[in-house]
Design a binder for this molecule. Structure first.
Ligand code: GDP
Length: 299
C-alpha cells in the first residue's frame, strides 16, 4: 500500500494523462512509464535493469481493459507497483535459514573492501545472539592484519568469539578450521568474514570459490554499499557468477541514497536482499522491507 500511495502521489501528473482512456495501450502508457523510468534512473538503478523493468511493466499494462469506476492511471500505477514489489521479493523480509540437523549454519560474507562487510559480520552476530544462537566469527582476511584485529575488536564488544590463524594460512584453510571448531564446540552459526579488495579480480573470486567449497557454506551473502549506484549490477553479476550468492545485505542505507542498488542486485541475481545496514553501530541492522524500499526508490 505504501508503494502504491507513494507512487500515485509523485507520479500523479504523468498518470493523469491517462484520464478518460478506455484501455491501456502501447501509446498511452508511454509518457507515464517514461516518468517511472526517470524516477528509477534518478535512484541510480542501472540502465539495463531499468530497461528490462519498464518493458515488463509495459507488457503487463498494455491490453488491460479499464474497469468501470477505476481510473486508468490507477491501473497502471498498480501494474508498476506490483511489478516492483515482485522484483523486490514480494511481501515480508527474508532472514537466514538455519540448519536443523545439528550442524552449524555457515554464512559466508563477500564483497568489496570498504562496503561494510566486517561491520555487517558483527551486526549479524549480535542479531543471532539475540535470537539465542551461539555464534563463531571467523577472520580470513590474511592480507590485512588490521582487518583481523577489527573483527576481534567487534567480537569483544558484542561478546562473540573470533577464530583466526593470523596471516600465515590461506583463507579457505582458516575458514574450514573455523567451521570444524564450531562443530566440535556445538556452535549454532559460523560467520566467515572474507578478504575484500578494492576491485573485482580473478584472485579474489577464485579464493572466494575455494572458501565456499571448503566451508560448504549454507548462505553466501553479498555485502553491497547502497551508494554503489549503477555499478551494483555489474558487481552483483560478477560475485554471483563466481560463488552463487544466496542473498545480499545492503549497507549504509542511513545515508541519503535512494537505494536503487537494491533493485539492481535483485534483478541481476534473482536473490533477495535479506538485511539493510542503517548505521555504524552494532545494532544498526534491519530486515529488508520490500515495500519501504519500493517507495524510497520511486522517491
Ligand atoms: P569492510 O572493508 O567491507 O569490512 O568495511 P567495514 O566494515 O570496515 O566498514 C567500512 C566503514 O563503513 C566503517 O567506517 C563502518 O563504520 C562504515 N559502515 C559500515 N556499515 C555502515 C552502515 O550501515 N551505515 C554507515 N553510515 N556506515 C557504515
Amino acid at each position: 500500500a505504501d508503494a502504491f500511495g507513494g507512487m500515485a502521489e509523485k507520479l500523479d501528473k504523468a498518470f493523469a494523462l491517462l484520464d478518460g482512456a478506455k484501455s491501456l495501450n502501447a501509446e498511452n502508457v508511454k509518457a507515464p512509464l517514461k516518468d517511472v523510468r526517470r524516477a528509477l534512473l534518478e535512484a541510480d538503478v542501472s540502465l539495463p535493469v531499468v530497461r528490462r523493468f519498464i518493458a515488463r511493466c509495459e507488457a503487463k499494462a498494455v491490453g488491460m481493459k479499464v474497469t468501470k469506476g477505476v481510473e486508468p492511471g490507477q491501473m497502471l500505477v498498480k501494474a508498476v507497483a506490483d511489478e516492483l514489489c515482485e522484483l523486490m521479493g514480494g511481501v515480508g523480509a527474508e532472514g537466514i535459514k538455519f540448519r536443523d540437523d545439528g550442524e552449524p549454519t555457515v554464512i559466508l560474507m563477500a564483497g568489496l573492501q570498504g562496503v561494510g562487510k566486517t561491520t555487517a559480520c558483527g551486526k549479524l552476530s549480535l542479531a543471532m545472539r539475540k535470537q539465542g544462537k551461539t555464534v563463531l566469527l571467523v577472520a580470513t582476511d590474511v592480507y590485512r592484519p588490521a582487518a583481523i584485529d577489527q573483527l576481534k575488536t567487534l567480537g569483544t564488544q558484542i561478546g562473540v568469539p573470533v577464530f583466526d590463524m593470523g596471516v600465515d594460512a590461506s583463507p579457505p584453510e582458516v575458514a574450514a578450521r573455523g567451521v570444524r571448531k564450531a562443530k566440535e564446540e556445538d556452535i549454532d552459526v559460523v560467520i566467515v568474514d572474507t578478504a575484500g579488495r578494492l576491485n573485482i579480480d580473478e584472485k579474489l573470486m577464485s579464493e572466494l570459490k575455494d572458501t565456499k567449497l571448503a566451508t560448504k557454506a549454507d548462505e553466501t551473502l553479498l555485502v553491497v554499499d547502497a551508494m554503489t549506484g549503477q555499478e551494483a549490477a555489474n558487481l552483483t553479476a560478477s560475485f554471483n557468477e563466481a560463488v552463487e550468492i544466496t542473498g545480499a545485505i545492503l549497507t549504509k542505507m542511513d545515508g541519503d541514497t535512494r537505494g536503487g542498488a537494491a533493485l539492481s542486485v535483485r534483478e541481476v541475481s534473482g536473490k533477495p536482499i535479506k538485511f539493510t545496514g542503517v548505521g555504524e553501530k552494532m545494532d544498526a541492522l534491519e530486515p529488508f522491507y520490500p515495500e519501504r524500499m519500493t517507495s524510497r526508490i520511486l522517491g
